[in-house]
Design a protein around this ligand. Structure first.
Ligand code: CMX
Length: 448
């Protein structure tokens, strides 16, 4: 049976906010296409063609934009601006981290929500969060040594039986209604991910028991399901989930979601595609790699009776680079400065755990790594990215199972990638189909 949007969300998200915006945005995009469709906005070099399409402008993205120097803006707001204006759990804006529901509202509607709107969204997500029995059985049957990301992807794919979009499509729904059915699925995917994620965590590392507390917000309830009840950890989770949501459209997880969705695969399948991309070590898996790198470093020098300090970190960094491996958590395909997502996590650490041993290791790495990478000479951006800091914060609260960290990223990224998927369907964006060329064709262009 189709889930009905809660009354408040129905009014605020669909009827007043989104429904008013959709025709305007459709009109504007149509005008761009019709009146300026042949306007040239860039060239593509052979370097870009071979080099992963870096900087090729060929995708429209509503929800966020990434500036190489400044970093991410969610609907025009930087991370500090989001922290200053978005509703928090305490109800006092600026006191604590923004709620995940706040950023979902912002990304979806481009409007800063009120606390009342955010609370209505919390209630709506809790109401949708029930997992089908077959999903529970399936997730509980997975081998404990299967990577948590693989388990998450399997769990989400199995939830596809709940897709209202797929059902509406099969029933012949008109194209103009696709975004409405997509929104049902999008909210459902966001709602079910924490429980799937928590089941995996509890199954792999603990007793398999997941206890909800829906009197809390999305992040607080997620923490309880994972088995944590420290309010300070709830705040960390709010920050963590907010900053990982979106990073414009070209990153692999967002782009994969957008690409799969462009075939009119439903949001469950589309976001499973995104999660598969996120599971790669050059993308979301880097957060587990960072912790592994630090543990390897500590083990090596402890065995040699040496302290972890700037000198030993430098030595280990050069060993890594000379072995032709990457320093996880450093570098970025777009950013050319320290990632503001790194900076806000550092500020959280300075506030909540200034004397934490591992935080000090991460901070010491930050003090030496940019110069090492500059000297190495290959890296376009020698500064840390988001993944460089996230693990150490989790570790502080006893969340030391670093093979699991990317799952948290996966829960968060659903919010950005799927908010955009709503707009993909609302704007009627077509099937993605860039042109590939053969190496022979490239040679023929050079010889011309
Ligand atoms: N350590 C060592 N070498 C690095 C490096 C790093 N941290 N970052 C880039 N390089 C190397 C690249 O491998 C590349 O080498 P080759 O020419 O031999 O192929 C060269 O420097 C140039 O790469 P680049 O233009 O600076 O970076 P890319 O856009 O190709 O790649 C990224 C970006 C993130 C994949 C890369 O910086 C990297 O591998 N970083 C480590 C992994 C990581 O932290 N990923 C997480 C990114 C954030 C996220 O998506 O979650």
């Amino acid at each position: 049976m189709a889930h009905l949007l809660s009354k408040s969300v129905k009014q605020l998200v669909r009827k007043e906010t989104l429904a008013a915006q959709v025709p305007e945005k459709q009109k504007s995009l149509l005008a761009l296409k019709k009146e300026h469709g042949d306007h040239v906005i860039g060239n593509v070099t052979i370097d870009q063609c071979i080099g992963g399409a870096r900087s090729v402008k060929c995708m429209v993205w509503e929800t966020s934009n990434l500036d190489p120097e400044e970093g991410i803006r969610f609907r025009g707001l930087t991370i500090p601006e989001c922290q200053a204006v978005l509703p928090t759990y305490s109800g006092v804006t600026g006191d604590g981290e923004p709620m995940l529901e706040s950023i979902l509202w912002l990304l979806l509607t481009s409007e800063v929500p009120t606390k009342e709107q955010v609370d209505s969204l919390t209630a709506d997500l809790h109401a949708r969060a029930e997992l089908p029995e077959h999903v529970k059985t399936l997730v509980n049957s997975l081998p404990k040594d299967m990577h948590p990301m693989t388990q998450l992807i399997i769990g989400l794919n199995a939830c596809q039986t709940e897709s209202q979009f797929a059902k509406a499509y099969a029933d012949g729904a008109p194209k103009t209604d696709y975004h409405i059915h997509a929104l049902e699925d999008i909210l459902k995917v966001v709602a079910v991910l924490p429980e799937i994620a928590a089941m995996i965590y509890r199954n792999v590392y603990f007793d398999g028991i997941v206890t909800k507390d829906t009197s809390l917000d999305y992040s607080g309830n997620f923490c309880r399901m994972l088995g944590y009840d420290d309010p300070s950890f709830d705040e960390l989770m709010r920050l963590y989930l907010c900053i990982h949501t979106d990073h414009e459209g070209g990153n692999a997880s967002a782009h994969a979601t957008h690409l799969v969705g462009s075939t009119l695969s439903d949001p469950f399948l589309a976001y499973s595609g995104g999660l598969n991309a996120l599971a790669g070590p050059l993308h979301g898996l880097a957060n587990q790699e960072v912790l592994k790198w630090i543990q390897d470093l500590k083990n090596k020098f402890e065995a040699e009776g040496k302290p972890v300090n700037a000198d030993t970190i430098t030595e280990f960094a050069w060993e890594t680079l000379n072995a032709k491996k990457v320093i996880p958590g450093y570098g970025h395909a777009v950013l050319r400065k320290t990632d503001p997502r790194y900076t806000c996590q550092r500020e959280f650490a300075l506030k909540h755990m200034p004397d934490d041993e591992l935080f000090n290791v991460v901070d010491t790495i930050y003090s030496v790594m940019p110069d090492i990478l500059k000297e190495h000479g290959k890296v376009a951006n020698p500064y840390p990215n988001v993944d460089s800091h996230s693990g150490v914060l989790l570790w502080h609260y006893g969340f030391t199972q670093f093979q699991y960290y990317t799952v948290l990223f996966g829960v968060s990224r659903s919010v950005g990638a799927l908010s955009q998927l709503y707009w993909d369907r609302a704007l009627g964006l077509p099937l993605e189909r860039p042109k590939s060329v053969t190496p022979e064709w490239l040679w023929s262009q050079v010889k011309k």
